[in-house]
Design a protein around this ligand. Structure first.
Ligand SMILES: [Zn+2]
Length: 431
């Protein structure tokens, strides 16, 4: 084997190198007594445990081995924080075995043994300290205060029942239900809960259940819960069903943004005379007629008569009334409307056949189309019992009836949002 290795050496210094390797090999093969060389001791340091959550109690030992003599001194240094500054030093002639508790930062331990000839051996140990997960500080509960009212009376507190369904972990399931008897209520709910407030009026015929939802409640809330009293003219389920069918998307005007109701004397295909313009105008501003659809808003100041044809495109926030002799389907009137994706209506165009607007008649077509403009966007009218209607003045009556008025109060209730679920407004659930 040696010879094989040697033969492989082909450097320029081959001969010299070959000789050196040969001599070295011979020396090792035949052995030779070493001169005496004192050997260093070996330090053995343990920390047990050497990791854990603060405060950590750890046993630290320093032992030593010396192959050729005795260990004269054991020295242990403890650097709390492992930042280079030693907090404790122990020096003694016997092995060290101590227990210490550490609570701040990692710990570095230096162990050193010195033998009787002064030679030293050193070894370090390290303790890794993790800080305990702090107990979460409980966050303060929040108040949801409010008032129970009827949507048909302003500022009158109603007794009844209000419940807070509290979903503390935001998983869609209420872990807790809190109760109040209406009027002024005050619920204390855990921080960051999802909360559904449900309110129902007692007395009279009772009311639908109004639901208002709050997500992630991190501050106090105040809410007016305005519940819709049950109807007097049909069953609660019938009224609810009619509202759903007619106004299934619950679209409505933002009445604060309504700009003008413009009656055009001329259309592309027809015209109104002055008498007809007056008849139309009077219908709109009659508190017992179209005004009933807007829950108390006075329409008089919005009406403007235009001696021309309507511009294209239609103006935002306007209702146009336009003469048309050729309304599709041989109808007396038709209403077109546009709404935003938020289901807020912002443009309406009513076309009416002038032949149907006649003095000293009820001219119900105007009321009917006015109903479409404000309330009955998504369907035709429905007749309730005893001749009451929802959003239908034609042919049952010349003016809106109490069912229409009730529907209007629901649609234009300020605390109900366009597009909000009917079930949140006219909830039928039994609790
Ligand atoms: Zn219609």
């Amino acid at each position: 084997m040696v010879k094989h290795l040697i033969n492989k050496l082909k450097t320029k210094a081959g001969n010299v190198f070959r000789k050196a390797v040969f001599l070295g090999t011979t020396f090792l093969l035949f052995g030779c007594p070493d001169p005496y060389i004192p050997q260093s001791p070996r330090a053995i340091v343990y920390a047990n445990p050497n990791s854990g959550e603060a405060p950590l109690e750890s046993r630290i030992t320093l032992n030593g081995e010396d192959p050729d003599g005795d260990i004269a001194e054991y020295k242990l240094e403890i650097d709390e924080g492992a930042n280079g500054s030693v907090e404790e030093t122990i020096v003694q002639s016997t092995p060290i075995d101590i227990t210490r508790t550490f609570s701040d930062g990692n710990v570095k331990i230096y162990g050193q043994c010195t033998d009787s000839t002064g030679l030293r051996g050193a070894k370090n140990a390290y303790i890794t300290l993790s800080q305990p997960t702090p107990e979460p500080t409980p966050l303060p509960a929040k108040h949801i205060t409010g008032r129970l009212e009827s949507n048909e009376e302003d500022g009158v507190l109603k007794s009844g029942e209000v419940r807070a369904y509290v979903d503390t972990n935001n998983d869609g399931i209420a872990e807790d239900v809190l109760y109040d008897d209406g009027e002024n209520f005050d619920f204390l709910v855990p921080y960051n809960s999802d909360v559904k407030i449900k309110g129902k009026i007692n007395g009279g015929l009772g009311s639908y259940v109004r639901t208002v939802s709050f997500e992630d409640v991190i501050e106090n809330k105040d809410v007016t819960v305005r519940a819709v009293p049950y109807p007097t003219f049909c069953t609660p389920e019938e009224f609810r069903q009619h509202m759903y069918e007619i106004n299934c998307t619950n679209s409505k005007w933002d009445l604060d943004n309504l700009y003008k109701i413009k009656i055009f004397k001329h259309g592309n295909d027809g015209e109104f005379n002055d008498t007809q313009v007056t008849l139309i105008s009077n219908k709109f501003k009659d508190a017992n007629d179209i005004e009933k659809f807007v829950d108390g808003k006075e329409l008089d100041s919005y009406i403007e008569v235009v001696d021309g044809i309507p511009p294209e495109p239609w103006e935002d926030n306007c209702i146009y009334v336009v003469p048309n002799n050729n309304i599709p389907g041989d109808n007396a009137g038709v209403t077109y409307r546009q709404k935003t994706t938020n289901k807020v209506v912002y443009k309406v165009r009513i076309e009416i056949d002038p032949a149907g607007i006649i003095p000293d008649t009820s001219n119900t077509v105007i009321t009917h189309e006015g109903g479409h403009a404000f309330n009955a966007f998504d369907g035709e009218a429905i007749i309730l019992e005893d001749g009451d209607t929802i959003l239908k003045a034609y042919p049952n009556g010349a003016v809106p009836k109490i069912a229409d008025e009730k529907a209007a109060k629901v649609v234009y209730e300020n605390t109900y949002n366009a597009g909000e679920s009917w079930n949140n407004i006219l909830g039928m659930e039994s609790w």
